[in-house]
Design a protein around this ligand. Sequence first.
Ligand code: COA
Ligand code: AMP
Length: 631
Amino acid sequence: MGKLDEVYRRSMEDPDGFWAEQAEAIDWDRKWDKVRDDSGAPHFYRWFTGGKLNTCHNCLDRHVAAGRGDQTAIIHDSPITGTKRSLTYAQMLDRTARAAGMLKAMGVGLGDRVIIYMPVIPEAAIAMLACARIGAVHSVVFGGFAANELAKRIDDSGAVAILSASCGLEPGRTIEYQPIVEKALTLSKGTVKSIAVVARDQAPWTLKEGRDVDWTQALEAATPTECVSVEATDPLYILYTSGTTGMPKGVVRDNGGHAVALKFSMKAVYDIEPGEVFWTASDVGWAVGHSYTVYGPLLHGATSLMFEGKPVGTPDAGVFWRVIEEHGVVTLFTAPTAFRAIKKEDPKGDFIGKYDISTLRALFLAGERCDPDTLHWAEDMLGVPVIDHWWQTESGWPMAANPLGIEKLPVKAGSPTRPVPGYDVRILDSRLNEMPRGEMGAICVKLPMPPSCLPTLWQADDRFISSYLVDYPGYYKTGDAGYMDEDGYIYVMGRTDDVINVAGHRLSTGAMEEILAAHPDVAECAVVGVADPLKGQLPLGLLVLKAGVDRPDAEIAAEVVKAVRDEIGAVAAFKTAIVVKRLPKTRSGKILRRSIAGLAEGQAVEPPATIDDPLILDEIKDVMAGSGVRK
Ligand code: COA
Ligand code: AMP
């Protein structure tokens, strides 16, 4: 039996013993009464009930107390602004304690919700940790979302304060945050009372008397604040993620289970030692950024690199290698799309030869399916293990991986390897039977899920149950479909719902359809994800116009494209809509989205047996060919 088999078996046979052991690596103010609390079964499970701790203490104070004060905690490398800066653990602690004091002065207290709307700057990490320090619950909103999405998150969380910056920066474009935040505030219900703003040189923010404070001045004036002890089961943060409707799901993360699982993963999965430089190239607004730019590395006493740039164009396809060389990065974690972008610009890897990347030990990829071509290219170019691993916002840490810190298993292209200890992953049919090896089914996790996985959705227990727990009683439904091979390797092939994955970003086609359907000329619509060689998938909209509308199709298409950008944000990458006469449907009225996507991808699509009128597929094929959509 291999080392992984042994660790995995222990996590299944004695989860309480296994996780109690991992929890020893965390500082507790009060030890837990129960490791795994199933008193809320069959739907609600909690970890480390009765235990008390503070996540910020475990990220900062404990390391300073243990002598790591002078070690770099955060390196910020921003090719977009041409700046670099580092903060030691002692400096992070000082600023975070002051930011916590600032929050208190802003009237934020234990359990209050705080929206963080910031670009990838150290202040974003400080803001998150400062909330954790006083027991406030943060909800980071990705900067690529527009005012409407920000407003939804303010309202659903009931946030009392916002921590923001004057702008975000995209190549060639400054995104001023004040107009977005002001618009979101007018759209929202008015719970927000105060805002702290990091002033950046590239854009102004006009402070509003009685509401806004300048981050730098407020920190200087603030009284440093100590950590409060919170329950292990208290929420640390809410992170909204796309579901099937326009209303995102508020994934709740607790304090205790999260700290334990993330600390465990830093060594077990990523094979990182405290003091080493770990780089997760993701925005802090995504789960990946929460867990592996901020919390994971800091809980572990590692150095986390925050990167404000793109894999290409800031300034070129060599920037990743420059950053690795300059900062001695040991492990890089990003989405496959980033490597596809680099490969497209620099297929022979000429830029790699210009830098010394010998510190790099491994590349981890997640966020979307990793195509074998990209995996092999990265392996050939970097000469280090390239590890595809699979997880989601709901889990907060890897569900399947090649856990380098336990045992490196052979890599199989197309597979994120095996379930991580703690996850009892099963491939099921609709009657809860396990699929034979090699056959596709719904990827589920037998309950209870391990620590860090969502205990519920924010103030939406019913939605939590109906979204994840009803279809496969006793299991958590991941929403992914795939299979397991003879060696227990998992293959994640796609979603079973209307979620699509664009450049590693999870988006809801349902949310886009709601916007298209609201256009006055649109009678019916569908949005599907179409395979794209760079971004994995891209959304495509199909519009059926109301009878009597005689405006040019292109004009209406342009209006819905603008509406999606205005309401969801640029990140939706919704650039194409076509007008068709009818939508293909089953006899029961369900839109045949897979067939539409297949047509756009240039596939020979066989009309499904349930189709109402097979001729519609030919009509759509012709429109797609005429508009250049069909590949
Ligand atoms: N604030 C404002 N706008 C943003 C934004 C942000 N934080 N992030 C992205 N956008 C905008 C982009 O500028 C782009 O706008 P455009 O339509 O005007 O060009 C749009 O949203 C789409 O962004 P994206 O899908 O990221 O495309 P891109 O062409 O800018 O970059 C990649 C493509 C592959 C280089 C980029 O997606 C990337 O680096 N991905 C890395 C992996 C990653 O972050 N994964 C997520 C979690 S693992
Ligand atoms: P998010 O919640 O934004 O992290 O997105 C999670 C979803 O991304 C998963 O449910 C999968 O659909 C997809 N995903 C993440 N990692 C992988 C992977 N390694 N392979 C295939 N799909 C992945």
